[in-house]
Design a protein around this ligand. Structure first.
Ligand SMILES: *Cc1c(COP(=O)(O)O)cnc(C)c1O
Length: 409
């Protein structure tokens, strides 16, 4: 039985996906793809609410994944039913991963030369037995993630180019693998890189076009020999591009994608997560109790630690409807979760009216990096998932209970 309710009446805790906002983001991405020629993929690590994949498939070229489980989800829910692309990258793949990925992926991106060496014989064999000859359009296509050692991300935990990062191949390591020979078509073709048809980098996080333009400049300086090889047919610019934000320079991105495609004769890929799901949903909670300790503290049925861990990891103070900065309005509260973790604090907010037990709170921008990171620490219930349609009715898509907690332990 389908339950439809107004958002003000759904039981909490609950995630509510806003289809109107999701469609708006997706249509901006579709427009960029059409104008630039880029293929735009959903990075499922940010948002994997596959109930909405049928709709997203109307706008996007496919999905990308951080490993086998996400790749399979993307393939089963978007790739196979809607004939969309399935891409995958992971810091390392096991031989079991590779067996499972080969039949379902269009692109596989390797994080090191050693990983590529470990898997390439199997891949050549797969290409041969599936009747797709080497040198033609091999599927899955294989690529290497490079680390340009240039990123403008300031939060260290999110910076793939930070000192000591394991993410991506350094120029230095490429040169060593090539025996420091100059990279030419000949040496490249004869080398261990036979079968590599693309390059990938991911060095952005919540950024505008300008940092991307500067990064591409660095990549063109450091990797131009590879980029210019005829065997390189695609270039993946990763995620972290805030393409759907109002102030993003989309015209700049479109002309840069066109320039790269023409200059190097490559198909350009973008794989945003955030930009697909930004501002496309909320987390609804209820006030369970109010205590005092130097200030008023409201205990909620939503938790930073369990339901929005980025609040603690980044850290940041999430937007909350009808709330203000602390002390801006007469009633200030610290909002905190119903767990034993002392630091399970969402943030301090003020309100025009006093909060009461039973009041509902709507945290904004909670579609991305939330339900994919949910956990049941302290046995906390997982929020149910609702889909809000443009007619204002929310449909219950999933609920969770004790068994979901127990089955993981
Ligand atoms: C995280 C990640 C993305 C998506 O990043 P967003 O910031 O959500 O756009 C894309 N590609 C790779 C390789 C990633 O690690």
């Amino acid at each position: 039985m389908v339950t439809r309710l107004s958002i003000t009446r759904i039981p909490t805790p609950a995630f509510v996906i806003d289809m109107k906002a999701l469609r708006k983001n997706a249509s901006i991405l579709k427009d960029v793809a059409e104008q630039s020629g880029a293929h735009i993929l959903l990075a499922q690590k940010a948002y994997s609410c596959y109930a909405t994949y049928p709709e997203l498939s109307k706008y996007l070229s496919g999905t990308t994944a951080s490993g086998y489980h996400e790749a399979r989800l993307g393939y089963e829910e978007m790739g196979r039913p809607y004939r969309k692309e399935t891409h995958v990258y992971a810091p390392a793949f096991t031989t079991e991963d590779m067996e499972a990925l080969l039949p379902i992926c269009d692109h596989i991106v390797f994080n090191s030369i050693a990983q590529w060496q470990m898997h390439r014989e199997r891949i050549y064999e797969y290409w041969n037995t599936s009747g797709i000859g080497l040198g033609s359009s091999e599927r899955p296509a294989c690529g290497l993630r490079i680390n340009p050692e240039y990123s403008e991300i300031e939060t260290e935990i999110y910076n793939p180019c930070a000192k000591g990062s394991r993410l991506g191949i350094l120029r230095n390591a490429l040169d060593q693998a090539l025996g420091n020979a100059p990279v030419t078509s000949d040496s490249w073709d004869a080398s261990i890189f036979t079968g590599i048809s693309g390059l990938h980098f991911h060095t952005h996080c919540e950024q505008g076009f300008e940092p991307l333009a500067r990064t591409i400049k660095v990549i063109e300086e450091r990797f131009v020999d590879l980029l210019s090889l005829p065997q390189i047919k695609w270039l993946n610019l990763g995620g972290g591009h805030h393409i759907t934000k109002d102030d993003y320079d989309r015209d700049g991105l479109i002309s840069e994608v066109k320039r790269l495609s023409e200059k190097y004769n490559v198909t350009v890929y973008l794989e945003p997560g955030e930009a697909v799901a930004i501002d496309a949903g909320c987390l609804v909670g209820t006030v369970l109790d109010i205590v005092e300790n130097g200030m008023k503290i409201a205990i909620l049925d939503v938790s930073a630690a369990c339901h929005m861990p980025d609040v603690l990891e980044m850290p940041y103070r999430p937007p909350l409807y009808n709330s203000y900065e602390p002390d801006e309005k007469p009633f200030t509260y610290r909002l905190a979760g119903n767990t034993c973790l002392a630091g399970d604090v969402i943030g301090d907010y003020s309100f025009e009216k006093e909060l009461k037990v039973g009041d509902r709170l709507y945290f904004g921008d909670m579609a991305m990096y939330t339900m994919v990171k949910d956990n049941t620490f302290n046995g906390m219930p997982l929020p149910s998932i609702w889909i809000l349609e443009e007619n204002g009715q929310a449909t219950c898509y999933k609920t969770f209970g004790y068994e979901d907690f127990k089955s993981r332990l």
